[in-house]
Design a protein around this ligand. Structure first.
Ligand code: ARG
Length: 578
């Protein structure tokens, strides 16, 4: 609709000032926005923005120009799309006609799960990297965020016609694994570890870190274990494989319980081992590598990014070097854009990575590599330290949310079938929506009551609204649904709901352009509120006028569909009953 409006504006300006139109339109930019209620569906400041660009002004002042433009727009649209186009204090407001609203409704009912799809991506191939856990380590709350945000962005970009694939970039390489192996060999008991591998391995890791403080020799031994692994020592390789297998079992909680899509690609950090030397050659060829205190660095001080260490003074490779190899490899796989869903503490490291790639000529546009730098998620009861091994991690949070969701369902709807399954869906909604309804950049404090409530701006409330509509629809099953009567007079509240439904595709565009699922979240919350007012204001089952009843049934079918499509993009299931 915004594209239609801007096309209409161009045509109007051409008619008003044929000689200056192209230049004026080319030099001035204006917005088309959603005004507050009472000012139509769309508003634009075009008259004020363009007026100052004319050499020969078409009106006395911007306010008059707005009126002149509005009249032209009415004429050009012919009253088809807009029932009202009106100038007010220099702004022009557009109100969509009931006919178009009814067409939108038919479109939703026909398109079903495809309603809202947009062509922003034009088939561009994009890699979304998210949920990058580290082996042999408990999942912390940050991993919960990258899983939730990444999974949602993945779905949103796909819906916007990007050709998407995901990668998990598993953390499975580095000296810390040498330390862990040392600890396991020294103190590990195979039987105990097998019972609860990640907890036990983490205890061993904590212990070696503590003992290392008193005995620095241990660090050297740990490093040596890692070197052995790098050189293909078979005992260490076996151990490393075993750690990996245990870890994948642990990650099941994110995939199966939280309901996050498994990554399309599994190119872990270790995968880049043999790809790093070529990157060093590339850096040398571009004269980017300098030796400094025995290390190989890239000086990025001119860009305010300090110094990036590529190879350490002991010859060890760095995380940064692996990241360079990662980007280059993935670009070679045909990904024209790469999205990194990584917490904001790594902003500096990624900024360095992207800058070096730009200097290498690998990254060629500023929008090619995107860092979705999300903030910290914490619990009101406080974050505890990994070192002490006492942190409340992702697993505990998911399990506790699951228990609480079941309690709530038992209380609210004790007779419900599949209570276990539904409570899992409610848990997913509670955790995911709590995260996604905030801007990803913000630090957020998780509050149980707020996340799990069935009222207010929460995931369970949206699910409940969807289920409520399905409950009504089950009761309307005997009623014959006819064609939409194009001449029906719509109530204000019906129009309000339809106007909201009509905005959904534009909301998708905005969300995808900004990589911000909270735009969809807010929209769905507002939609649910409008639906609930609608349902209070007009009868459906008891309506005796069949044309009115017919349109209301269609309106709620459309509303349920949009809610479901939106929730799906947030990774939240929409049960029929709860
Ligand atoms: N595994 C890392 C962590 O848990 C995140 C990896 C981020 N991705 C990257 N390409 N550097 O902190």
């Amino acid at each position: 609709m915004k594209a239609y409006i801007s096309g209409l504006i161009s045509d109007a300006v051409r008619q008003i000032s044929p000689s200056e139109a192209e230049e004026v339109l080319g030099s001035g930019n204006f917005d088309i926005s959603y005004p507050k209620s009472g000012f139509g569906d769309y508003a634009t400041n075009v008259a004020m923005m363009l007026f100052k660009k004319f050499n020969v002004v078409p009106a006395e002042n911007p306010v008059d120009f707005a009126k002149q433009l509005a009249e032209k727009l009415v004429e050009l649209d012919g009253g088809y799309t807009f029932s009202n186009i009106e100038a007010q204090n220099g702004f022009i407001n557009f109100t969509i006609s009931p006919r178009v609203l009814l067409n939108t409704l038919s479109e939703i009912i026909e398109a079903k799960e495809n309603y809202g799809k947009v062509d922003l991506g034009q088939g561009q191939k994009v890699l979304v990297e998210y949920f990058q856990p580290n082996i042999a380590k408990p999942l912390h709350l940050g991993h919960l965020r990258t899983a939730i945000i990444g999974d949602s962005l993945f779905k949103i970009l796909g819906f916007s016609n990007y050709q998407t694939e995901s990668d998990t970039h598993l953390g499975d390489w580095g000296t810390q694994f040498g330390l862990l192996m040392l600890a396991y060999k020294k103190w590990g008991d195979a039987e105990t570890v097998k019972q609860d591998p990640i907890t036990e391995l983490n205890k061993l890791y904590v212990r070696i870190n503590t003992e290392m403080e008193a005995d620095p020799e241990l660090r050297e031994q740990g490093k040596a274990e890692f070197v052995k692994l790098e050189q293909g020592d078979s005992e260490n390789e076996e151990l490393w494989k075993q750690f990996k297998e245990w870890s994948w079992q642990e990650f099941g909680i994110i995939y199966d319980d939280l309901g996050v899509r498994k990554a399309d690609n599994d190119w872990p950090e270790s995968f880049y081992m043999d790809k790093m030397p070529a990157v060093i050659e590339q850096l040398k060829a571009k004269n980017l590598l300098v030796e400094s205190q025995g290390a190989q660095i890239v000086n990025l001080e001119d860009y305010g990014l300090g110094v990036a260490v590529v190879v350490k003074s002991d010859g060890g490779t760095t995380y940064l070097l692996r990241d360079l190899a990662t980007y280059i490899f993935r670009k070679q796989q045909g990904f024209e854009k790469q999205i990194y869903v990584v917490d904001n503490r790594q902003s500096h490291a990624l900024a360095q990575t992207f800058k070096i790639l730009e200097l290498l000529g690998v990254i060629t546009s500023p929008t090619e590599a995107v860092h979705i730098a999300y903030g910290v998620l914490s619990l009101p009861e406080g974050q505890m330290s990994t070192r002490k091994g006492t942190m409340v991690g992702a697993k505990e949070l998911i399990q506790k949310a699951q228990e609480k969701a079941l309690e709530i369902i038992n209380e609210k709807n004790p007779g419900l079938q599949n209570k276990e399954a539904v409570s899992k869906q409610v848990m997913q909604a509670a955790l995911k929506y709590f995260d996604l309804s905030h801007n990803y950049k913000s630090d957020i404090v998780f509050t149980w009551d707020k996340a799990l409530s069935f009222e207010g701006n929460t995931g369970p409330y949206l699910q409940y609204t969807h289920a409520r509509i399905n409950g009504i629809l089950r009761k309307t099953q005997g009623i014959a649904v006819e064609q939409i009567d194009q001449n029906i007079a719509l109530e204000d509240i019906e129009q309000l709901l339809l106007r909201k439904l009509q905005k959904f595709p534009e909301i998708i565009t905005q969300t995808a352009e900004n990589f911000s699922p909270n735009i969809i979240s807010n929209y769905l919350f507002e939609l649910s509120q409008i639906f609930n007012s609608f349902y209070e204001a007009v009868p459906i089952l008891k309506e005796t006028d069949s044309a009115k009843q017919n349109i209301r049934i269609k309106i709620i079918i459309g509303t349920a569909q949009v809610l479901k499509n939106g929730l799906n993009l947030l990774g939240i299931p929409a049960p029929e009953e709860m």
